[in-house]
Unconditional design. Structure first.
Lengths: 514, 245
């Protein structure tokens, strides 16, 4: 039972497959000489779904560790900057109803919790603009850095919008030419298991039998290994998050020089919401909705109304999905990453960041042999369960804070029966104390840190009771931090270039690695 | 604003130019782009470092002449021709357009009171213009050679960021950021074939000139300190700061 774990086989070659391959291969590069190998088996026939064109700032360090040039990434994946998300019409549905969930932490976040101070004496401004410059940078259409800022470094924290189809191809190229990942184009026809249930090998139509010590299931919704072969059930969450359909369409810019937003725009509708993200060459938009609350025709009409008559000729593509995740993520010697592990509506771009976190955990905790694998997999399952639970709660938070009553979708969303006990408890607690460090977001790698909860809660009009005496001790420090933020905001607004202008320069000159 | 036109012996026959160094003529630069051809001469006086073009983010080599924006601590020597003056300052209002020489007619150096004529009575290029054409023959290919030199260093990861922090006798301190220099540790770790290649291409010499020139930073700081002393002969009456900060 002390079989060494040397041969990693990844089944499926979308974003999840190639990111996982790259993260593992980069981390274990030194062992390649002594027989460690990463093989990615990909069907030549199954198209890539390409979920989520939004990412989290974690992708910067993930790509950097893989040895990817950020300039090449921008140029080859039609990638662009993302400084956060603007949520419009989520709270009241009115025309001027909007707030930002930026990627920068509130000023001095590790020193003082600014929420009670904002509530106490600064609530004439939005929470976001009181504590961070990024909302105004987005309003101004500014980039988060300059052409002289080195690759992967930021002036204002950022993630990316990207073309997921191009991204998978780009990673494939990098993984196979720079990181020694073996690429097999073949259809898996049979999964061969040992007596103990471990996967021994997969048979393929074009490349024969492929054996491995650890199998990573990146086969998408079908969950070929973990679901179909190992029989791990799927846990549906449509009772909490209602959206199950999307109409996606790519929208051209009026001119190649049209301004491009450096943030995701998410606009609530009567039975869902519309995403709108700026890539250098086009916008990616789509209407995510609940088929229980609206017909495809209505959803189509809503999207077309949003896009305007000049885009009436565009034909959206329908995607159906089941929100939820596997009951277990790592069973025997098989771990699922990406859609095979689960999927949630793309409200906060959680798909790719979950792939990164899972791949990193597998790479860092790579079991030395089969004997200790079950210890690692138990941990992996514990952490991953925690993450899915927190993400579902965080997405639900966007819905439960609404004051909208204009449709059954919004009314059903605030039904207590659709809200987890944990989230209900947190909302009760947060009436008296705001989420910050000593809340329960204490994991080393939280998908959404306490700051994210602050931006959504107070962006959507949630109010925590504040006792002035409680603020006294940190009042001077808080006032200074808020002034620092205003100074920083002025400085950044005067220094940073327009998002479109910087993108053009990156395509023309590139960013320097240092 | 600039008004660049090709130089023409007919229409520009009477044009005159101020050739001498002067703050109001554009010599008020603390960091001047330079080319590898002039490293030898530069390394006698100035720190030679890298910086990034604010518009393109591309690296270039430059000579450090001062600490504050608009501060050239060598104006006197440049005027007296007692210290080497970088080609980019020497060229004054001239630029190249393809293989032709062009001039910026709106440059402050272009004036009827200028100390140099461009053409003789006979319409021939003056000695001054010939010297400009000569330095352009250095500068133009020099830019390309410098670019290749920098690309080579980048591919070997031999460039690292540096910050120059200085405290002056008047109690003030300055931090000059956005500068880069040769990474000594990386240089020491280069594999033999790479070292040999650098040597054969003449780059090793350029690298050591740049490294040695860093010692001029403290001399430059002392030079600035001297400007705070009242009655210093060499600097008396010469405002060092142009006010164009």
């Amino acid at each position: 039972m002390t079989q060494r774990i040397q041969s990693i086989v990844i089944v499926g070659g979308g974003t999840a497959g190639w990111l996982t391959a790259g993260v593992i291969a980069a981390r274990h590069q030194g062992r390649m000489k002594t027989g460690f190998s990463v093989t990615l088996v990909e069907s030549p026939n199954i198209p890539i779904i390409g979920v989520g064109e939004g990412t989290w700032p974690t992708l910067r360090s993930t790509l950097q560790k893989m040895g990817v040039s950020e300039t090449e990434f921008f140029r080859n994946c039609n990638a662009a900057f993302k400084q956060g998300a603007k949520f419009a019409r989520w709270t009241t549905g009115a025309d001027d109803d909007a707030y930002y969930h930026p990627l920068m932490l509130p000023q001095g976040f590790t020193q003082v919790n600014l929420v009670p101070h904002w509530l106490g004496s600064h609530s004439d401004r939005t929470f976001c603009e009181t504590v961070c410059p990024q909302g105004q940078l987005c309003d101004d259409g500014l980039a988060p850095k300059m052409i002289t800022t080195p690759e992967y470094q930021a002036v204002a924290n950022y993630a990316y919008h990207l073309d997921a189809g191009k991204f998978a191809g780009f990673l494939q190229q990098h993984c196979t030419t720079k990181l020694g990942v073996r690429h097999v184009l073949a259809d898996v026809t049979k999964v061969n298991q040992s007596e103990n249930g471990d996967i021994r090998s997969v048979d393929t139509q074009q490349a024969g039998e492929i054996a491995g010590d650890l199998f990573v299931d990146c086969s998408g919704f079908s969950a070929l290994l973990l679901g179909k072969s190992l029989g791990v059930a799927f846990k549906d969450c449509s009772d909490v998050l209602f959206c199950d359909s999307a109409l996606a369409v790519q929208v051209p810019y009026e001119t190649p020089d049209s301004p491009m937003a450096s943030h995701t725009i998410s606009t609530a509708q009567s039975a869902g919401w519309i995403w709108d993200i700026g890539l250098p060459n086009r916008r990616g938009t789509g209407h995510v909705y609940s088929s229980r609350h609206c017909t495809d025709e209505e959803a189509h009409a809503t999207l077309m109304r949003y896009l305007g008559p000049q885009h009436a000729h565009l034909t959206p593509r329908k995607i159906s999905f089941h929100g939820g995740h596997r009951e277990t993520f790592w069973k025997n010697n098989c771990v699922a990453v990406g859609l095979a592990a689960g999927f949630l509506e793309p409200l906060e771009s959680s798909a790719i960041v979950l792939v990164e976190l899972s791949a990193k955990l597998i790479a860092e905790q790579m079991p030395a042999n089969r004997e200790v694998m079950d210890i690692v997999s138990a941990r992996f399952n514990d952490v991953t369960h925690y993450r899915w639970g927190r993400i579902i709660d965080f997405l639900k938070l966007h819905y439960v804070l609404t004051q909208r009553t204009d449709s059954a979708f919004w009314k059903d969303n605030v039904d207590p029966g659709t809200i987890s006990d944990r989230l209900k408890n947190l909302l009760r607690l947060w009436k008296y104390q705001s989420p910050w460090f000593f809340d329960e977001f204490d994991r080393l790698e939280e998908v959404f840190p306490a700051a994210s909860y602050q931006y959504v809660l107070y962006g959507m009009g949630f109010r925590t009771e504040v006792e002035p005496e409680d603020n006294a001790a940190t009042g001077t420090m808080a006032a200074k931090l808020i002034n620092d933020n205003f100074a920083l905001t002025r400085q950044m607004r005067s220094q940073l270039p327009k998002n479109r202008d910087l993108m053009k320069k990156i395509f023309e000159y590139g960013l320097q690695p240092i | 604003m600039s008004n660049v036109v090709l130089l023409d012996s007919q229409s520009h026959r009477k044009l005159r130019v101020h050739a001498k160094a002067g703050a109001h003529y554009g010599d008020n630069q603390r960091f001047v782009p330079v080319v590898v051809n002039e490293f030898h001469a530069l390394a006698m006086h100035y720190p030679i470092l890298f910086s990034k073009d604010a518009d393109t983010g591309q690296f270039y080599c430059g000579a450090m002449l001062g600490f504050d924006s608009g501060e050239n601590l060598f104006l006197e020597e440049h005027r007296a021709s007692s210290a080497y003056r970088p080609l980019n300052l020497q060229r004054g209002p001239f630029v190249t357009a393809g293989s032709d020489l062009a001039i910026d007619l709106d440059h402050p150096r272009v004036a009827s009171s200028g100390d140099q004529e461009l053409f003789t009575e006979a319409g021939e290029p003056s000695a001054y213009l010939q010297s400009v054409m000569g330095l352009m023959r250095e500068l133009r290919p020099g830019l390309e050679r410098t670019r290749i030199f920098i690309d080579t260093l980048m591919s070997l990861k031999l460039i690292e960021p540096m910050t120059i922090a200085a405290r002056f006798d008047d109690g003030s301190s300055r931090e000059f950021t956005g500068l880069y220099t040769i990474d000594r540790n990386q240089l020491k770790q280069l594999a033999d074939p790479a070292v040999l290649d650098l040597f054969r291409r003449g780059y090793l010499q350029l690298i050591y000139l740049m490294l040695a020139s860093r010692d001029h930073v403290s001399a430059l700081a002392q030079r600035k300190n001297r400007s705070f002393l009242p009655g210093d002969d060499s600097l008396q009456g010469q405002p060092l700061k142009s006010g164009l900060a």
